[in-house]
Design a protein around this ligand. Structure first.
Ligand code: BG6
Length: 508
């Protein structure tokens, strides 16, 4: 059997016909940082359909040549392409640009003609790389001119929607409603770039392609779980968005909830989009409400804080309120730690601690699963050191891999125990390049595989857990917000949260 290079390792056979990728927000940061480098990389690896046209749409007066220049700059900066490169040249030839106001109906008629001209009969993927305020206008106009309607013979229509997907439950619902007015759910791809990360996909392989851990993956053997997404960066140039979002919206509602459900889900019956997403939904539905929406009770299970000035990576850094563009009296949280419990047969009584923040001492995203101690401490007479719990650490980034901590005997004539690590590292095991999340996700959307995208019900169920926290915080505004020194592992309150249960945060 000859392998189709585009099908190799993909779950869905790509359609061989012409494909057009329309990027709304073609002159923006996301296009430059992520999308163009991803398209380039996929082209270089021969993963894209051969007849791919990219149509950039934005308000700036770039023209085809200007857009090609944006691509050249983007590749130089973010894909490390220096000097002549045939792949970049061939990609540039397939790049087109359409200038216009995204809220103007006429632009969409011109887009229709442009697509007929550069890629007749193509399947079309629309990418909303635009501020959320423009999403409704673009969706409505696409629907109004009929560009969302699928046609026969490979003329499919799909739309990728970037985060933030709403700012609370009500806005997420209306966004879903608006999308469903014009697109079927199968056509909608809500991106969460964490799902495209290799290590996050590997979570499913680790759990469901190995029989060894599944029997102990439950409340009988697992003591508790810690999920951490720590960043050293501050708000950077994104105060306009971040100051009204905060860490809970920015990271917990989407990325951390996705990680939580991948750890907690039951095995799907098959590796299909619906089966995987159904099981993740079951897990999400089993999460106990963090805040009681009626009484506002539950705030003691969640800590928020904001970074003050301090030292990170050997540099003095300003406090959050002194960052450019941030309101000096802002109470936006840059740190969140919370405890969640699941009402499920598998997880009843096992606490999950979630933590994310900016300006911590180290960039690390990991899931640490701590197992229960052995039922009998038979070495306590001979070994002065207490037995540590077994720990499974899934390192999402930056040092991608999986480690297992267990007890070993120290070589000596005496009986002495010490914890040791068994390590699997992506870099040393596989070498080579690890694909960027956007490469995987863009390719999946082009072939129509939604497994790694957030379904409408997941987004809403996640907001249903998160929105009451915002409401409770709003009701307690007068109490302000604790701070933590930049470069430290968060405020004392976060340590108290987990210490109260007899545990400690892993400080990596
Ligand atoms: C984004 C958030 O979704 O994820 C950012 O908006 C955050 O604030 C980023 O920095 C983290 O992503 P990664 O891939 O660096 O862990």
């Amino acid at each position: 059997m000859t392998l189709n290079p585009f099908h190799d390792g993909l779950r869905i056979e790509p359609s061989p016909g012409a494909v057009a990728l329309v990027i709304f927000g073609a002159s923006g940061d996301l296009t430059k940082r992520k999308l163009l480098p991803a398209i380039y990389q996929l082209t270089r690896l021969h993963r894209l359909p051969p007849r791919l046209a990219v149509v950039g749409v934005a308000n700036s007066p770039l023209g085809d040549e200007g857009f090609r220049k944006v691509m050249a700059e983007s590749l130089e900066e973010f894909a490390r392409v220096e000097g002549p490169d045939e792949v970049a040249d061939s990609l540039a030839r397939n790049l087109h640009y359409l200038e216009g106001d995204l809220t103007d109906a006429d632009l969409y008629r011109r887009l229709e003609s442009k697509l007929a001209e550069v890629s007749p009969g193509a399947g079309v993927l629309f990418y909303l790389a635009i501020p959320p305020s423009l999403g409704p206008a673009v969706t409505t106009h696409l629907g109004a001119v009929g560009l969302s309607r699928e046609q026969d013979q490979g003329q499919w229509r799909r739309i990728i929607v970037e985060k933030p997907f709403g700012t609370d439950l009500a806005s997420a619902r209306s966004l879903n409603q608006l999308l469903h007015d014009h697109f079927d759910e199968e056509q909608i791809f809500r991106i969460d770039h964490y799902l495209g990360k290799e290590t996050v996909q590997n979570l499913m392989v680790f759990r469901f392609a190995n029989g060894m851990f599944e029997p102990i993956w439950n409340r009988r053997y697992i003591d508790h779980v810690q999920i951490t997404a720590a960043e050293t960066v501050g708000v950077e140039q994104r105060a306009g968005y971040y100051d009204s979002a905060g860490a809970l919206r920015d990271m917990v509602q989407n990325h951390l909830m996705q990680l939580l459900t991948l750890i907690a889900m039951e095995p799907p019956v098959a590796f299909t989009a619906e089966s995987v997403r159904d099981r993740k939904m079951d897990a999400l539905r089993s999460v106990q409400p963090i805040i009681n929406p009626a009484t506002g009770e539950g705030l003691d299970a969640i800590v928020r804080a904001q970074y003050a000035d301090g030292w990170v990576d050997g540099h003095v850094v300003p406090g959050y309120c002194d960052e450019p563009g941030v309101n000096k009296a802002s109470t936006t949280e840059t740190f969140v730690a919370l405890k969640v419990q699941l009402d499920s047969w598998r997880w009843a009584g096992v606490p999950f601690y979630l933590r994310t923040a900016k300006r911590l001492p180290k960039r690390v995203t990991e899931i640490a699963i701590q197992f229960k101690r052995p039922p009998l401490q038979i070495f306590k007479q001979v070994s002065p050191t207490p037995v540590a719990s077994n720990l499974l650490i899934i390192n999402v980034q930056p040092d991608e891999g999986i480690s297992l901590r267990f007890e070993a005997k120290l070589p000596s004539t005496r009986m002495q125990l010490a914890p040791v690590m068994m390590n699997f590292r992506y870099g040393s095991t596989f070498g080579g390049e690890v694909p960027e999340a956007y490469e995987t996700l863009l390719l999946d959307a082009l072939i129509g595989d939604p497994t790694l995208f957030a379904r409408h019900d997941f987004v809403e169920a996640s907001w249903a857990l998160i929105s009451p926290i915002h409401q409770a915080w709003a009701a307690h505004k007068a109490t302000g917000i604790p701070t933590y020194e930049a470069g430290e592992w968060g405020p004392a309150e976060a340590h108290a949260l987990i210490n109260a249960d007899g545990y400690r945060w892993r400080t990596q």
